[in-house]
Design a protein around this ligand. Structure first.
Ligand SMILES: Nc1ncnc2c1ncn2[C@@H]1O[C@H](COP(=O)(O)OP(=O)(O)O)[C@@H](O)[C@H]1O
Ligand SMILES: [Mg+2]
Length: 264
């Protein structure tokens, strides 16, 4: 007699964990004890009405707030598997930004060539080998689905690319240093629908190599691209769960009101 063995569902591995994270802009508390997991090789979307703290939370992950005096973190963001608290003053923010890179709302290529934009982080890291840089630039451009369009014009100025191409270039730049997490803050809000679709498709592809955290004010986008969704309101994390559950059967009334458009 043969028996059937059902393989257990393995829970996804943790890549990072926000643990009772508070954040203050001077006296104003923008994040209130946020605790949530970030799963490895998954896309996690942060949603919620404007001003609820999505960007503030995202920027904690690469210590962007350090650049401004009076901004203060309390609590932890642990990077797994080492369990280092990224917010610890003894952790070098430059090192954090190599391992956790960011793509912004508006494409922001440097005033350099396509090639030098992608090579930038590697040069900062001290890479000098031409062949190594060539290989990394090509693989990052391939991963960002831009290689076929630019391979014959690598030394053109990045500003000559279209908006959608510039954003894919910024994604290539963010991938070139082999980061563990890539942060996206409303990466398609300055793009047309076709460029938006290509960025969304790309996010689905790069999660094989990195973990993605994305802020979006577009709920359809969150539903399309993410595996997990966090709903925030006024600095609180209201609900976190698998995207399909957040959209189909949210546990909290506040989440349901938001996703059904009754408010926000
Ligand atoms: N540099 C800043 N100084 C003071 N308050 C800020 C600053 N940036 C954002 N805030 C405030 O923090 C809250 C969260 O903002 P933000 O994270 O940008 O929200 P979201 O990205 O969800 O729209 C808002 O009340 C906003 O006004
Ligand atoms: Mg924002």
């Amino acid at each position: 007699m043969t028996s059937t063995i059902t393989l257990p569902d393995h829970p996804p591995a943790l890549k990072a964990k926000s643990d009772a994270l508070d954040f203050f802009y001077g006296e104003f508390q923008a994040l209130k004890s946020i605790s949530m997991p970030v799963f490895q090789n998954k896309v996690t979307a942060l949603i919620g009405p404007s001003g609820c703290g999505k960007s503030t939370f995202l920027r904690c992950f690469n210590r962007m707030h350090d650049l401004y005096p009076g901004h203060r973190y309390q609590g932890a963001i642990e990077l797994l598997p080492d369990a280092v608290n990224l917010l610890d003053r003894r952790v070098d923010p430059i090192e954090v930004r190599m391992r956790i890179s960011m793509v912004f709302q508006k494409p922001n290529p440097f005033p350099k060539s396509i090639y030098e934009n992608v090579a930038y982080g590697l040069r900062v890291r001290g890479e000098r080998s031409r062949s190594y840089l060539d290989d990394k630039v090509e693989s990052a451009l391939r991963a960002a689905a831009l290689w076929p369009e630019v391979k014959d014009r690598l030394h053109d100025l990045a500003f000559n690319l279209s908006g959608g191409q510039q954003q894919r270039l910024c994604i290539a730049r963010a991938l070139a240093t082999d980061p563990e997490i890539v942060l996206f803050d409303e990466p398609t809000s300055a793009l047309d629908p076709i460029a938006t679709a290509s960025i969304e498709e790309l996010i689905g592809q790069i999660k094989d190599q990195v973990t993605v955290l994305i802020v979006t004010h577009n709920m359809q986008q969150a539903a399309r691209v993410s595996d997990y969704t966090a709903y925030m309101y006024l600095g609180d994390l209201i609900e976190f769960g698998e995207t399909k559950n957040i959209f189909m059967k949210p546990q909290r009334k506040e989440t349901e009101d938001y996703i059904t458009g009754r408010f926000g």
